[in-house]
Design a protein. Structure first.
Length: 141
């Protein structure tokens, strides 16, 4: 399984994980656990595309870099928005539960999917695709 190091994330984002993450019981391993979570989320997205993931030794350099970039992008998204996989859906601003489909849609960032698609690690879908427009909020193609 391809993953990143703290140094690679620092180089990609300029964010030092050791100081950014909240302190837990096991401070010495907080960055390692978080990176492992991000890596698992990226691999879960690849597995969900119904395409088998090649073994590490079969991946090209471009695919390895794409996986690392997707993990780093997911990490930045995670730090900015929190863990959307574990959100209850309660919207504090509106004082009500958010729609579960809305949370599902924003759970995994589109830029990570783009990195993985360009590398051939996620199968392109033939179903509905969301098209963003300047005149309409969003509509289906």
């Amino acid at each position: 399984m391809i993953t990143i190091t703290q140094e690679e994330f620092l180089k990609f984002s300029g964010i030092n994980l050791a100081s950014e993450l909240l302190s837990l019981d096991d401070d010495s391993n907080k960055a390692g656990r978080t990176i492992k979570l991000w890596t698992n989320r990226v691999y879960d997205a690849m597995r969900a595309s119904t395409r088998s993931i090649p073994k590490d030794e079969q991946l090209s350099d471009f695919q390895i870099e794409s996986i690392k970039d997707a993990i780093c992008e997911y990490g930045m998204y995670y730090l900015k928005n929190g863990d959307l996989y574990r959100q209850s859906g309660f919207d504090e601003d509106k004082g009500k539960l958010a729609d579960a489909t809305d949370i599902e849609r924003i759970r995994f960032p589109a830029i990570c999917v783009d990195y993985l698609r360009r590398a051939g690690l996620i199968k392109r879908g033939i179903g509905r695709s969301v098209v963003f427009s300047q005149t309409l909020d969003n509509y289906y193609r």
